[in-house]
Design a protein. Structure first.
Length: 65
């Protein structure tokens, strides 16, 4: 049996409200944090490329040498 809960518009200020399971929310939050971290690293790398702080190598042997 499913139950119904009415949330007053005062609480949501007229906005739509979505209810998700905690584990789904935690997975979405984890994905958000990982994506945010990856984008920050990409931006930092792009800045380093523009400033000439990177080295371009053609092979791993060149990197080691």
């Amino acid at each position: 049996m499913s139950s119904t809960l009415t949330i007053p518009k005062k609480v949501t200020r007229g906005e739509d409200l979505v209810v998700v399971r905690r584990r789904d929310y935690e997975q979405l939050l984890k994905n958000f944090v990982e994506t945010k971290d990856a984008l920050a690293k990409i931006r930092r790398g792009e800045k380093e490329i523009r400033r000439g702080k990177t080295t371009i190598v053609r092979s791993l042997a060149e990197l080691r040498g």
